[in-house]
Design a binder for this molecule. Structure first.
Ligand code: DAH
Length: 345
């Protein structure tokens, strides 16, 4: 075919194909087909070798003209395609600012968290440091070192989840007392919050619950110090007028041991359903650290004395917020939890 005719043919092909281009991707393909390195116009330049010498300048000019015509045409097309694609994107990403927004309702703190924070606040204010022990404990820390060896009847007070004969899910944060006393010399003043586990489940018991343990060891610590600290705790958590009273009790790791009651913050002593007509509500266990526990941890019981206390966080939450079924604290029901909105500390 004559070169002239080839040029004409390519010109027509370009005009035809450029019309059909609808995307930038196909644009690039077509452009390369004609103007690329191995493209049709390059092919014409290569074919110049066969053109007789005297016709070459004319032929070269014609191919150059074709090439610059095509380049200009493709540039124009590219601009158009880009503008179209941009317009399409803008259209598809358009936001209707008059549409109503999706409402996201902020959550509320769980009553457990609220009480935990209040307790930490009260005790940190009295100079307690926070210590968190492991939830998987050894039998030694959870029982034996707390003066509750394997054959001790007090082990029956707690239904334990054993993992192996020596490993268990801790039943009490009291285990942390031993870990602290083994590693720290008096003065000791720690608060140990954490989850504990017991095979127990009814309206007021759950297999997993939270405790808050306290331990103070120093020279000259007495039961009076415990009572004074408990009075402060009761006033801060349940109200200024609240009093505490100690009743004799038994825990293997304290001697003497006490059960701590607070005066009923619902009826203030008159007697109501909450306090079962007694005017008092039991809130925690406490006592003077047993000499055997101190010496087992390498602390001289003739020089140092201490008190300890342990309370159930859910129990305090239930009392304070009037919750009668413990299930409410574990169901994660938004309607229930919503009631605590705005009560955060
Ligand atoms: N660990 C006891 C329990 O889970 C509570 C307790 C009682 C902790 C007396 C103490 C304490 O530190 O002195 O029932």
């Amino acid at each position: 075919m004559e070169l002239k005719d080839r040029i004409k043919e390519i010109r027509e092909k370009i005009s035809e194909e450029i019309e059909k281009i609808t995307s930038h991707k196909s644009f690039l393909e077509i452009k390369t087909k004609f103007l690329g390195r191995g493209g049709e116009i390059q092919g014409l330049f290569k074919g110049m070798r066969e053109v007789p010498q005297e016709e070459r300048p004319e032929a070269g000019k014609n191919i150059n003209d074709l090439s610059s015509w095509a380049a200009a045409l493709f540039d124009k097309k590219e601009e158009k395609i880009k503008a179209e694609e941009l317009a399409e994107r803008i259209e598809s990403e358009k936001i209707d600012v008059t549409m109503p927004g999706k409402r996201t309702e902020p959550g509320s703190y769980h009553p457990d968290t609220l009480i935990k924070r209040q307790l930490v606040d009260v005790f940190a204010g009295m100079g307690f440091e926070i210590y968190e022990g492991p939830e998987i404990e050894t039998d030694y820390y959870n029982f034996t070192a707390l003066n509750t060896p394997k054959d001790h009847p007090a082990r029956d007070m707690q239904d334990t989840f054993y993992i192996t004969p020596e490993l268990l899910l801790r039943t009490q944060t009291s285990a942390g007392q031993i870990r602290v006393m083994e590693n720290k010399k008096p003065p000791i003043k720690i608060l140990s919050p954490g989850k504990v586990y017991r095979s127990d489940s009814d309206a007021t018991h759950s297999p997993m619950f939270s405790q808050m343990e306290g331990l103070v060891v120093d020279e000259g610590i007495t039961l009076c110090d415990l009572k004074g600290m408990l009075d402060e705790f009761a006033r801060k958590i349940f109200g200024e007028k609240i009093k505490t009273r100690l009743r004799p009790s038994y825990f293997p790791f304290t001697e003497p041991s006490v059960e701590v009651d607070v005066s009923c913050f619902s009826c203030h002593g008159a007697g109501c359903r909450l306090c079962k007509g007694t005017g008092w509500i039991e809130v925690l266990g406490a006592g003077m650290v047993n000499r055997r526990v101190l010496s087992g941890c390498g602390i001289d019981p003739d020089r140092y004395t201490g008190f300890a206390f342990g309370m159930g966080v859910e129990r305090i939450a239930m009392l304070k917020y009037g919750i009668t079924n413990m299930k409410n604290l574990f169901d994660g029901d938004v309607k229930f939890l919503r009631q605590f909105k705005g009560t955060e500390v």
